[in-house]
Design a protein around this ligand. Sequence first.
Ligand SMILES: Cc1cc2nc3c(=O)[nH]c(=O)nc-3n(C[C@H](O)[C@H](O)[C@H](O)COP(=O)(O)OP(=O)(O)OC[C@H]3O[C@@H](n4cnc5c(N)ncnc54)[C@H](O)[C@@H]3O)c2cc1C
Length: 396
Amino acid sequence: MNKNWDVIVIGGGIIGLACAYYLTQDGKKVLLLEKGDIGEGASTSCDDMIFLQSKKPGILLTIAMESLDMYRKLAKDLPVDIEFENRGGMVLIESTSQLGHMENFVRQQKALGLDVELLDRHEVRKFCPLASPHILASTYSPIDSQVNPLHVMRGFVKIASAQGLEMKQHTPVTGLSSPSPGHWQVTTGDGTVYETEYVVNAAGAWAPQLAAMTGIDLPIKPKRGQIAVTEAVPPFGKTNFWSADYIVMKLNPEFAKERDSLLNDLGIGLSMSQSHSGTYFLGGTREFAGFDKSVDRVALRLILKEAARFFPTLEKVNIIRTFAGFRPAPGDGKPYIGPVVSQPGLYIAAGHEGDGIALAPITGYAISRMIAGKKLPFDLSELAPEGRVQMWSTID
Ligand SMILES: Cc1cc2nc3c(=O)[nH]c(=O)nc-3n(C[C@H](O)[C@H](O)[C@H](O)COP(=O)(O)OP(=O)(O)OC[C@H]3O[C@@H](n4cnc5c(N)ncnc54)[C@H](O)[C@@H]3O)c2cc1C
């Protein structure tokens, strides 16, 4: 038995590492267990955007704005260049019906304090002369930013390790039980049992498997995202980009009728962000395909066709690699951040779907405050697992 830990974090993605970082900052002795290599889940198979404009006004936009402020501080505090960049973002609008929805969306976002405005066709051209002439308008926010998730994780590891974090890679958790309130036993693949007062389930799309070990039905599913990466090219405009059609469809499912059915089946909506090295990430799909990590030609062809529809010169650009990752998609669209009250000492930090990079700092900070019994400067009650997860004993 090993009982040297205050907290055991399960999962070495950006969320688990953010938890480990803020917990060690708070003086906790932390063990992090990862079944493979650090970052082998979604956190290295994703884009890099802290894109506030795609967030529905409400709790997610509110905490994304807080998290962005934390990234500004992390960019100074972490001993690694996390490639934090405040390039701004545009959501490209193609039709008057999209424009109507986006005007309403922007009004709500502004009411929550987001710095965002609408640009007309002429202004769009000034921001990105290479955009297709059919683009009618755009939203623009100077706030949208990006980081390199791999570098953020390296930064968390460096600081947390210096403060006593122990990490065990290639160490899958295979058992989780609580012999008495506030006392947890965590068993790993080699049969070792670690004991602790607190456990944080930060296993991303795999979090339900851990939750099941304690009889909890956690409704998170892997949502595959396929991405194409271009060769390094000059910027296509001043900002990163999204297309409005996917955002509008998410807000108004009726709008799906205006889109190609294959785009809808694969959940394709354009996202384009340029990395520090000059490559563009062109995304992407949003599909429920189990844990199948393959990339398929039909989806890629559609992603590239979509991208070229917005930026015709992309047709001449080479694709240098492709990949797929699993967004941890929660049933009700909101991540689970907080304690499982009926199982003292057990916390969940999972289900961030397409926002886990943006929301990692606030999640880690919140979990560390909750475990320390300290008040949070913002209200996260909407994200509490209680009432949103089911104990198997209560399922008919
Ligand atoms: C294509 C794509 C594009 C995206 N773009 C963006 C973006 O632009 N901005 C943004 O904010 N978000 C984006 N996301 C979402 C973001 O990547 C995820 O929300 C985030 O990475 C989730 O982090 P996580 O730590 O919860 O999960 P993961 O990174 O998946 O980490 C979970 C870890 O748990 C480990 N694990 C699982 N089971 C066990 C076990 N039994 N024992 C021990 N360890 C275990 C896994 O190996 C894994 O390393 C994107 C995602 C995808 C797929």
